[in-house]
Design a protein around this ligand. Structure first.
Ligand code: UDP
Ligand code: MG
Length: 326
């Protein structure tokens, strides 16, 4: 068997600070793997610029002029991490036997890529990178992430614990992935559903090399909610928030009214009435909000909008027009 063609897909959003180093490390690793005959010399690095507002695209473009193995896809707007990843996977698909996705910030140990490829040689079609520890994350992120995994598990969603989007997929797996046409694809939930022969490789996750996280708290919460309902509509979410607040407020008030009652300050019947109004009101709003979340999801799906828009794809440039055309 000749060596497999590997494409490494890297979604990048405002990563100018770290990108030159990422390109350097990935090129070096690719070079080694080619020399060791683990991957074909046609293997490429594909950087997807997810509508960055800094010099990210300039860096990618210049690198692609210097090094033939560096390719770039430029998205027309910020489509988000998951969609940028999809754009990369689908662009790379026809030219690769296997594809590895990795973040641009070098948090994931690039040397693990060698193990990924070895597993591919052993016949695995999906290889998940799983972090050993999360101690480079903040206390807060670690615990919220853990809670998220538990909640998903309780709801019957199969996720690989402590696996982010660092993984290898065979071309066949990516082709099957393309058939999942959901507007908001939650890759971590979908990939295990493919069901191909898969395995896990453990690694230590490091600190971000430079720049700051593109997942601030707000995005984290929304990412988690999307994982559950696959999509949402903000005003409806707002309703459930109000519901949640009034539910808790009602508990406080309930306690207060009970206190008043026991100390003999109220008329008969008032306490139970006022408490149940607040309590039920809160619960109803939460329920509305939850139903709304699912309706929002349907709304989003029925529109069938494109998940991302490619501005320029240096990996699949159209062939020059034939000279017979006159
Ligand atoms: N990213 C992206 N589009 C976005 C947000 C993030 O392509 O809208 C990329 C980002 O450049 C990085 C990866 O997704 O390569 C993961 O983001 P980040 O490292 O900020 O997330 P964290 O590791 O903090 O969860
Ligand atoms: Mg990161």
């Amino acid at each position: 068997m000749s060596e497999p063609v590997l494409t490494i897909v890297v979604p990048c959003y405002n990563e100018e600070e770290v990108l030159p180093e990422t390109i350097r490390q990935l090129r070096e690793l690719r070079e080694q793997l080619v020399r060791e005959r683990l991957i074909s010399e046609y293997s490429a690095l594909l950087f997807v610029d997810d509508g960055s507002r800094d010099a990210t695209w300039t860096i990618i473009y210049k690198a692609s002029l210097h090094y033939p193995e560096v390719k770039g896809v430029k998205l027309a707007h910020n489509a988000g991490h998951q969609n940028a990843l999809l754009a990369g996977l689908f662009s790379a698909k026809t030219r690769s036997d296997c594809i590895i996705s990795i973040d641009a910030d070098l948090q994931d140990d690039v040397s693990v890529i060698r193990q990924f490829v070895q597993k591919f040689h052993e016949g695995y079609e999906i290889v998940y990178g799983v972090r050993n520890r999360r101690d480079t994350d903040t206390f807060f992120k670690r615990h919220t992430a853990q809670g998220f995994y538990r909640m998903m598990k309780a709801m019957g969603v199969h996720l690989i614990y402590n696996h982010a989007d660092y993984r290898l997929m065979s071309r066949r797996a990516v082709e099957e992935l393309e058939r999942f046409e959901e507007a908001n694809l939650f890759l971590r939930g979908i990939v295990p559903l493919l069901g191909f022969r898969s395995t896990v490789v453990y690694y230590d996750r490091k600190e971000r090399l430079a720049g700051e996280t593109k997942y601030p708290l707000k995005k984290m919460i929304s990412f988690a909610l999307d994982g559950i309902t696959s999509f949402s509509v903000t005003p409806i979410r707002f309703i459930s928030m109000i519901g949640l607040v009034s539910f808790f407020v009602s508990l406080l008030f309930g306690a207060y009214f009970l206190f008043l009652k026991w100390t003999g300050h109220t008329q008969t019947g008032w306490t139970s009435l006022i408490t149940s109004i607040w309590l039920l009101g809160g619960l109803q709003l939460i329920a509305f909000g939850l139903i709304g979340e699912y309706i929002g999801k349907i709304y989003k799906e029925t529109k069938r909008r494109p998940r991302y828009i490619v501005d320029l794809d240096l990996f699949n440039l159209p062939l020059p027009r034939s000279s017979s055309f006159h």
